[in-house]
Design a protein around this ligand. Structure first.
Ligand code: UDP
Length: 402
C-alpha cells in the first residue's frame, strides 16, 4: 500500500554484521535528514525472496569464513567477471519470478544495495520489469561497505551511482569499467550516533557498568563474534595487569558469551562480557583502545571515536587490505599474539603515551563522520523530482530508463 512517502529499498544480507549496520545507518540518515518524507525498507532479497539453495547464502558465508582456505577459494573463483556475470545471469533465470515479487511488494522509488551480491541479479530483474512496464523507471545505487580490497561483484557498470570509501576502491571501480561520473567518494556510512557528543568518560563508564578510572580495552570480533576472541581475552587478561579493565563484545556468538562469563580472570581485574550490543558508540567513547578483527565498519567507527586499534585477525581477502590501511595511516598496529598485544597496549598506557595520544588525534583526522549524510543527500537526488525530499534539489535525469 503506497502511503505518499518516497520509498527506498535497501538490499543487504547478514553475512557479517557490517552490511546490516550500513543499511541501518542509511535508514537513520534518511530519517534525520528528511523526517517522514521517506519510507525505508531493509531487505535480504536472497534469504526472503529466492528458493533453496539460494536462500541459504548467510549460512553458507558463516560456514565458509570459518575455514579461511575455503573462503579464499570461493572469493577468488567468483572474482573474474567472466565467471560471475554468466553465473548471475543463469541465477536470474531461476530466481527471477520470486525477486520480481519483492519489487511488487516494496514498490521502491529508489533501490540501494549495500552488499556485493546484490547488484547483478536484482538490477537485471528490475531493468526487465522497467522494460516490460511492470514498474516505472527507478534508479539503482551501490554503497560499497568494504574499505580497500573489495570483491569485483560490488562494481556493476550499469548502476546509476556507486559510493566508495577510499581511493583504492574508486580506482578498482574505474578499472572495472565504471565511469568517474557514476562514482562518489565519501567514506563508509556509519550510524549517526557515532557523530554525537557523549558525556565525559567517568559518567559514561558509570552508566555502562565499567570501572570509572582504569584504562579500558574494548575487544570486538565483528557482528558475529568471529576470530580468536577467546584466545585474545585469555592472553590479554593474563598479561595486561589488573590496573586495566576489559570490555568484551561477543556479537551474536551466544556460546562465546557463556564461555567467557564462566572463566576465572586475574584477581582485581574488571572484565565486562557482553553479547550483541546496540550501544557501540557509547562503548567506544568510554574506552581507550580497541582490539578487533579488521572489519571495515568497526575500523571506521573506531576512527570517528579517536580510538587507536590493535588488529588481531581478518577475514581472508576482503579485510586483508584494511591492515595496511590502519598501519600506514599510523592509527594502529597488526598483532596476532595476545601477549604481544598486551605488551604494546601497556606501552601505550605508559612510556609511549605521547605516541598513543598522537594516534588518537590521527584517527579523528582521517575519520569521515559526515559520509553518511553526504551519501543520503546524494541518494536523495536520485529520486524522481515529483517524489523529492525536503531539499528541493532538482533530481538527476533518470539514468535507469528502460
Ligand atoms: N556491532 C554491533 N554490535 C555488536 C557487534 C558489532 O553493533 O555487538 C557492529 C559494529 O559496530 C559494526 C558492525 O557490527 O558496525 C561490524 O561490522 P564490521 O565491518 O566491522 O565486521 P563484520 O561483522 O561485517 O565482519
Amino acid at each position: 500500500q503506497r502511503d505518499g512517502k518516497t520509498r527506498v529499498l535497501i538490499l543487504m544480507s547478514d553475512t557479517g554484521g557490517g552490511h546490516r549496520a550500513s543499511a541501518e545507518a542509511l535508514k537513520a540518515g534518511f530519517e534525520e535528514l528528511y523526517g517522514d518524507k521517506y519510507h525505508v525498507d531493509v531487505l535480504d532479497i536472497w534469504t526472503h525472496h529466492t528458493p533453496y539453495p539460494f536462500n541459504q547464502m548467510p549460512k553458507t558465508y558463516s560456514f565458509l569464513v570459518k575455514y579461511g582456505f575455503l573462503w579464499r577459494a570461493a572469493f577468488n573463483a567468483w572474482q573474474p567477471r567472466i565467471v560471475h556475470v554468466p553465473c548471475s545471469t543463469a541465477s536470474s533465470a531461476i530466481v527471477g519470478r520470486r525477486v520480481s515479487e519483492a519489487f511488487d511488494i516494496y514498490q521502491p522509488d529508489l533501490v540501494v544495495s549495500v552488499h556485493p551480491l546484490m547488484q547483478h541479479v536484482p538490477l537485471r530483474i528490475m531493468r526487465m520489469r522497467i522494460k516490460y512496464g511492470m514498474q516505472p523507471p527507478t534508479n539503482f545505487a551501490t554503497v560499497v561497505t568494504d574499505l580497500t580490497t573489495c570483491h569485483n561483484t560490488w562494481f556493476h557498470p550499469g548502476v546509476d551511482r556507486c559510493y566508495v570509501a577510499t581511493e583504492a576502491s574508486l580506482n578498482q571501480a574505474l578499472r572495472l569499467g565504471l565511469k568517474r561520473e557514476q562514482m562518489r567518494l565519501y567514506g563508509l556510512p556509519i550510524r549517526p550516533a557515532f557523530g554525537r557528543a557523549f558525556p565525559a568518560k567517568p559518567k559514561l563508564r558509570k552508566a555502562l557498568g565499567m570501572d570509572l578510572d582504569k584504562p579500558a580495552i574494548l575487544l570486538v570480533g565483528g557482528g558475529e563474534g568471529m576470530g580468536p576472541v577467546e584466545k585474545t581475552v585469555d592472553g590479554v587478561a593474563r598479561n595486561i595487569g589488573a590496573d586495566c579493565q576489559l570490555v568484551v563484545i561477543c556479537g551474536r556468538n551466544a556460546k562465546l558469551v557463556e564461555k567467557l562469563k564462566n572463566k576465572e580472570y586475574p584477581a582485581g581485574m574488571h572484565v565486562l562480557i557482553k553479547g550483541f550490543v546496540t550501544n557501540m558508540p557509547e562503548l567506544m567513547s568510554a574506552s581507550d583502545v580497541i582490539i578487533t578483527k579488521a572489519g571495515p565498519g568497526t575500523i571506521s567507527e573506531a576512527l570517528i571515536c579517536g580510538l587507536p586499534m590493535v588488529l588481531n585477525a581478518f577475514v581472508p581477502c576482503q579485510e586483508e587490505g584494511n591492515i595496511p590501511y590502519v598501519t600506514e595511516n599510523k592509527v594502529g598496529v597488526f598483532e596476532k599474539s595476545p601477549e604481544r598485544a598486551a605488551e604494546i597496549i601497556r606501552g601505550w598506557f605508559g612510556e609511549r603515551r605521547a605516541e598513543f595520544e598522537e594516534m588518537g588525534r590521527r584517527c579523528k583526522a582521517i575519520a569521515k563522520p559526515h559520509a553518511l549524510f553526504d551519501i543520503c543527500r546524494d541518494l536523495n537526488t536520485l529520486v524522481p523530482a515529483e517524489l523529492q525530499g525536503v531539499t528541493g534539489k532538482a533530481a538527476v535525469p533518470m539514468l535507469a530508463a528502460a
